[in-house]
Design a protein around this ligand. Structure first.
Ligand code: AMP
Ligand code: MG
Length: 312
């Protein structure tokens, strides 16, 4: 009898041990044109996983830049009725556009579609086409919808009283809650030169977003020239940035997503100045020469880097 009890105890301990490591519900979905990896811990993790996948798919439909009936398309029609949430998102996008002095421009569909980034039919437009594209005010919220989805996912996790979650929404990482042992979430920052490598790790605690924008994420080549998907609204061409990537750490997902795109457009100097003027985010900048620079509020491990301070 003693032997059986000992065996059962060993099995239970083993199972508990597994529970500490793996999530209670996890899986991968393809959504918003990208792969999303979802891990959830808690007693009702399965239900939370199902509801989260439903939420992400409904947001994909709601904010698609190409669907005639999407909320993005409704924003283009003055008479269309928006829900309160949709109107709030649009207002926040416009406010963030102002904050970044237009480096983030939510009404950029005229340009992103011209280059083929909304459809996958890539081409280099003529200067006349670019000038026309710049006149358009059609909405494209591709730069923020994953960050916004992270915010909505957090609301859902709160509502369902999930213990914690680690969501990789196609390169946008949303953490929720604190790890069981109280240690930090460790998130690798991708090396723009190496699809399988990282330049180091970010350590964050609690509920947070780690969001990266980089020219390497989506691009096409024509006549030996590489054209990436982050457009400078002031020129109509892919941003001629001295940065290879920008990773933003921010509590608010939508703000973090706007900033990663906008700071990339601004380039290193203006981006650092923007950080020095605001205290709601931290950032990792990887310059085109491979140098890694990290703002002073960040815990960065496993790679060499220079620290950027608030005073200079
Ligand atoms: P992200 O990967 O978050 O940096 O967002 C890039 C996507 O946002 C692109 O694929 C475009 O759909 C859109 N986009 C490109 N440039 C801009 C810009 N300057 N402002 C707002 N959206 C942009
Ligand atoms: Mg973005």
């Amino acid at each position: 009898m003693k032997k059986i009890v000992a065996l059962l105890l060993a099995i239970v301990l083993l199972l508990c041990g597994c529970g500490q490591k793996g999530a209670d519900a996890s899986g991968t979905i393809f959504c918003m044109d990208t792969v999303m990896d979802l891990q959830i811990w808690g007693s009702d993790a399965d239900e939370a996983y199902t509801k989260l996948a439903q939420l992400l798919r409904s947001l994909e439909q709601e904010w698609s830049a190409n669907e005639e009936e999407s909320a993005a398309a409704k924003l283009d029609r003055e008479d269309a009725e928006l829900t309160q949430q949709q109107a709030a998102l649009a207002q926040k996008a416009l406010a963030l556009s102002q904050r970044t002095q237009g480096a983030f421009e939510p009404r950029i569909y005229g340009l992103t579609s011209l280059w083929g980034f909304t459809t996958g039919q890539y081409r280099v437009p003529t200067p006349t086409q670019i000038a026309e594209g710049m006149q358009s005010t059609r909405w494209d919220l591709g730069a923020v919808v994953k960050g916004y989805a992270g915010d909505r996912a957090v609301e859902l996790m709160q509502e369902l009283e999930v213990d914690r979650a680690l969501l990789n929404l196609g390169g946008n990482v949303q953490t929720y809650g604190t790890k069981a042992d109280g240690s930090a979430w460790v998130i690798g920052v991708r090396d723009p030169q190496d699809p399988n490598g990282t330049v180091g790790n970010l350590e964050v605690t609690g509920t947070c977003n780690v969001i990266t924008s980089g020219g390497y994420q989506r691009y096409f080549e024509q006549d030996g020239v590489r054209y990436h998907h982050i457009i400078d609204p002031k020129t109509g061409y892919p941003a001629d940035s001295d940065l290879a990537s920008v990773t933003v750490v921010c509590t608010d997902g939508m703000t973090g997503d706007v900033l990663s795109t906008a700071l990339f457009v601004m380039g290193y100097e203006k981006a650092v100045a923007h950080w020095q003027q605001h205290d709601d985010f931290e950032a990792v900048f990887i310059l085109k020469d491979g140098t890694v620079r990290v703002t002073e509020g960040i815990t960065f491990t496993g790679g060499s880097y220079e620290v950027i301070s608030r005073e200079n």
